[in-house]
Design a protein around this ligand. Structure first.
Ligand SMILES: Cc1cc2nc3c(=O)[nH]c(=O)nc-3n(C[C@H](O)[C@H](O)[C@H](O)COP(=O)(O)OP(=O)(O)OC[C@H]3O[C@@H](n4cnc5c(N)ncnc54)[C@H](O)[C@@H]3O)c2cc1C
Length: 399
């Protein structure tokens, strides 16, 4: 039987492990933490991410947890519209899911062909010609025909195989929270939860996950928000960080104030936003009868501005499943490893380029630059978001 090792049980690793197992591979999933668990935040899935999950056979699980996300337009902090909301065709509309719900669906998709080893932090990578690829910690080595590196932005495997890709700060920090449904503020009908507001170096996006278990809402429900601020992450306690957020976003349009007031310090998840610059030159490395592939943030970590990181990880997993479906160890599997790299490099490079343009727009500071940004936003943003949305919408899983 063909064997694969997947390093990392984040969204990308879980999707890849399940995909390979469902195609008949014997899979070992290695995770450095003692438990496999999801963040208590949420995630926007664009049509490409949804399509990738459907190609992976997870569409049924997704339908039960996804809440449609209407186009809310983009406002300035003074309430002026930068981009007016528009009606979006259902197939182009994104959805929002609670990460814990998505995690549960991905774990359900692992089936019984995946051996899970937690508490194993990979530190060694064997790439010796003629031998099977292998990874290990100080105590043991695990070899397989195929090794999938889904170990995130700080990937040990990528550092060894693609040292040219370095991790750099994206120049901003992000705070996210899900306010549980039972603490969610009651807003008047003319003031919907969903909104996006863009100021000088600051951005606030909110989306409703619905009521717990409600039809058309995520299983856990609640209100998700993400705040982005130019600069480094903050070392202070969650209480102080929340106080800072309330100060930074004071006077921003409703419902931002209500949402921050309803958030508790324990709800907050802060993250320094980082990316890979440059991207790896390859995502596939033939070794022995198969080789290594990089997947998800390990391959193409990027800022979250277009909400594409996990969507692209699911595309990676769907592509890997397609190119390896018939590939037996030896020349065919080595060719599949090359083919994965060839297919994924241009696709992810395009999305990274668009995300970087959005980064530049978001991080504009200074009054003149800001005025230019606001003027440009009216022109650039619909174009930029339009091309990002159509790139997202157009992706089809390879057959
Ligand atoms: C603020 C913010 C908002 C975002 N919003 C969205 C969004 O709306 N939509 C979207 O599509 N994307 C979004 N993203 C991006 C998305 O979260 C990531 O792209 C995605 O979670 C990456 O998944 P991954 O599995 O590749 O990596 P990770 O989630 O980082 O998982 C890596 C796993 O590998 C494990 N690991 C690491 N090193 C080792 C090792 N040496 N040995 C064993 N295990 C190891 C880790 O413990 C972890 O479990 C957002 C990101 C941020 C920061």
């Amino acid at each position: 039987m063909r064997t694969a090792v997947v390093v990392g049980a984040g969204l990308g690793g879980l999707a890849a492990a399940g995909a390979l197992a469902r195609s008949g591979w014997q899979v070992t999933l290695l995770e450095r933490n003692d438990r496999i668990r999801a963040e208590r935040t949420a995630l926007v899935l664009w049509p490409n991410g949804v399509r990738a999950l459907r190609a992976l056979g997870l569409g049924g699980g997704l339908d039960a947890i996804a809440t449609p996300l209407p186009d809310t337009g983009i406002r300035r902090p003074d309430g002026h519209w930068l981009v007016q909301p528009r009606a979006t065709a259902v197939e182009r509309a994104p959805v929002v899911v609670h990460r814990e719900d998505l995690h549960d669906a991905l774990i359900a998709g692992l089936g019984d062909r995946v051996e899970i080893r937690t508490g194993m932090a990979v530190r060694t990578v064997r790439t010796t010609a003629g031998e099977r690829p292998a990874v290990g910690d100080e105590r043991s080595t695990v070899e397989a025909d195929l090794v999938v590196a889904a170990d995130g932005v700080d990937s040990v495997v990528r550092r060894r195989l693609a040292p040219e890709a370095t991790v750099v700060s994206s120049g901003c920090a992000a705070w996210r929270a899900v306010i549980p449904w039972y603490r969610a503020p009651q807003l008047p009908p003319d003031r919907p939860v969903g909104s996006e507001t863009l100021g000088a170096g600051y951005r606030f996006v909110a989306a409703s996950l619905g009521e717990r278990g409600s039809s058309g809402g995520s299983t856990r429900g609640g209100i998700y928000w993400v705040a982005t601020a130019a600069g480094a992450s903050r070392p202070e306690s969650p209480e102080t960080q929340l106080a800072l957020l309330r100060r930074w976003y004071a006077d921003w349009p409703a419902p931002i104030g209500e949402l921050l007031a309803a958030t508790e310090p324990d709800d907050l998840v802060q993250q320094e936003v980082r990316e890979l610059r440059p991207l790896p030159r390859r995502y596939g490395f033939p070794v022995g009868p198969g080789g290594f592939v990089l997947l998800g943030d390990s391959a193409h970590a990027m800022p979250h501005h277009l909400g594409q990181g996990a969507c692209l990880a699911f595309e990676d997993a769907a592509t890997l499943q397609a190119v390896t479906r018939e590939a037996v160890p030896g020349k065919p599997l080595c060719a599949a490893v090359e083919s994965y790299s060839t297919v994924r490099l241009p696709r992810t490079a395009t999305m990274v380029r668009q995300t970087r343009r959005m980064s530049a727009v978001l991080q504009t500071r200074g009054r003149l630059a800001l005025r230019a940004r606001d003027a440009a936003l009216g022109r650039i943003t619909p174009r930029l978001l339009g091309s990002a949305a159509s790139a997202a919408a157009q992706w089809e899983p390879p057959r």
